[in-house]
Design a binder for this molecule. Structure first.
Ligand SMILES: Nc1ncnc2c1ncn2[C@@H]1O[C@H](COP(=O)(O)OP(=O)(O)OP(=O)(O)O)[C@@H](O)[C@H]1O
Length: 256
């Protein structure tokens, strides 16, 4: 049997059950990712992309179906407990970092992902600061020279780069990127996207990335899925993904 990184079996979320507004916002979705898969996720507004991420992360419970991380059935595991295995980066740079803490303190906190979150600043030794500077330097945006700056004083791009670093620094078994470059200007967004791609490849991370940028969805990752009305409407990988065009992708959006 092939090892899986994440597996959804018939995952369904029903809202307004029993009323005339009853709806499956996630509708019997079965999806399996192998370790190292980098999957881009497209879909129109309200299609169910965030719902998919919410059920994987544990912030929304399934009505029926199962979710596995590796071999572990996490269907009923709390969101907090799932952070031992997965990380999520949101669109808003303010989410995911503590504003009054310095960049180095945030990185120290992220190192303790899934363990006790008690922070001891004496752990920020010279060696640790040098290690964090090397880590931050790979973001290529000056974050490494701001390790002692309060995170709330960073630019949006630097803060989002920090969120990404924090999400990846302990090599999560699954990385959820929820439109993580959407709030950034085009240059900053392209820079973070390039670092994202490099990190996922270098660290062989398994990742799902929601984006509304069709070019990014085609350029990055080795698999692409489109969510439509809570279902997977398209799931392509390898050469089939490479052969996809923007025009073909648009046919999935022009139906509405
Ligand atoms: N708790 C809830 N109760 C009722 N309806 C909900 C709930 N959460 C989400 N929905 C609905 O489910 C549908 C899917 O929402 P979701 O946020 O997953 O879409 P999305 O694809 O992420 O959209 P966007 O691109 O706008 O972020 C929407 O119609 C939304 O209004």
């Amino acid at each position: 049997m092939t090892k899986t990184a994440v597996r959804l079996v018939d995952a369904t979320v029903t809202v307004n059950a029993g009323s005339s507004n009853e709806k499956n916002i996630l509708d019997h979705v079965s999806l399996e990712l192998q370790p190292g898969d980098f999957v881009t996720v497209l879909g129109s507004n309200g299609a169910g992309k965030s719902t998919l991420f919410n059920v994987i992360a544990g912030s929304l419970a399934l009505t029926s179906g199962q979710i596995y991380l590796g071999e572990l059935d996490v269907t009923h595991m709390s969101e907090i407990d799932r952070t031992k295995y997965l990380s999520r980066v949101f669109q808003d740079p303010k989410l995911g970092t503590a504003p009054r803490m310095t960049v180095a303190e945030n990185l120290l906190l992220a190192e303790r992902r899934g363990k006790s979150r008690r922070l001891r600043n004496r752990n920020l030794t010279k060696t640790k600061m040098a290690e964090f500077a090397t880590l931050a330097a790979k973001m290529g945006n000056g974050l490494d020279s701001r390790l002692e700056m309060a995170t709330g004083d960073l630019s949006g791009g630097q803060r989002q780069a920090l969120s990404f670093l924090m999400a990846t620094q302990s090599q999560p078994e699954l990385l959820l990127l929820d439109e993580h470059t959407a709030a950034l200007d085009p240059k900053t967004s392209a820079q973070l996207m390039a670092v994202t791609d490099q990190s996922i490849k270098a660290e062989k991370l398994t990742a799902l990335m929601i984006t509304h940028n069709l070019e990014d969805a085609l350029e990055f990752g080795d698999r692409l899925i489109i969510i439509d009305a809570g279902k997977i409407a398209l799931d392509v990988q390898g050469a089939t993904k490479q052969a996809l065009t923007i025009t073909e992708l648009l046919t999935y959006f022009n139906r509405y």
